[in-house]
Design a protein around this ligand. Structure first.
Ligand SMILES: [Zn+2]
Ligand SMILES: [Zn+2]
Ligand SMILES: [Zn+2]
Length: 158
């Protein structure tokens, strides 16, 4: 798992390649995403809240600017789960590893990650037929998670 994550030195390298400096804000934001395995999809507001709890006094505008910058640098991916918030998550440090898929439960609204790509054949077909070179994709599946699916069945029986 950890070798597909960005490390602090990767962030430093990308920042300097793009003429940006490492700042405490940028370092701590990356750290939040590296530590936060329970909910890896965070909005700028949530990053702000987590940092505040850790006693960092960074302004919300600073957080907005820096998560955007990290997404421009390809360290964070921007995702939208249609709940009116832009969220960010760690991108894959290995460009050959595509972004995982997201399974969105329509009932409990939980978001599950699905790590296997499984789209290789589709990608090859698209490239062969259209000449389009695929570098990544963003796939969302909508439905009912294992827990909610069970509850649905129970409701129907009673
Ligand atoms: Zn893929
Ligand atoms: Zn659910
Ligand atoms: Zn994700």
């Amino acid at each position: 798992m950890s070798d597909k994550n960005f490390r602090l030195q990767d962030l430093r390298a990308r920042l300097s390649a793009n003429h940006y400096k490492m700042t405490p804000q940028r370092k701590e934001i990356l750290q939040i995403f590296l530590e936060n395995n329970a909910d890896p999809h965070l909005s700028a507001e949530e990053v702000y809240e987590v940092l505040k709890k850790k006693d960092f006094d960074f302004g919300l505008a600073t957080i907005y600017r820096n998560v955007e910058l990290l997404s421009t640098l390809g360290i964070l991916s921007k995702i939208n789960f249609d709940d009116g918030r832009t969220r960010y998550e760690l991108a894959s440090a290995d460009p050959k590893v595509h972004q995982h898929h997201h399974l969105i439960c329509l009932k409990c609204k939980k978001i599950f990650e699905f790590e296997e790509d499984l789209l290789e054949n589709l990608e090859t077909t698209i490239t062969t037929k259209s000449g389009f070179e695929i570098v990544n994709h963003e796939v969302k599946f909508f439905g009912y998670c294992a827990d909610c699916k069970g509850k649905d069945n129970a409701d129907k029986k009673s």
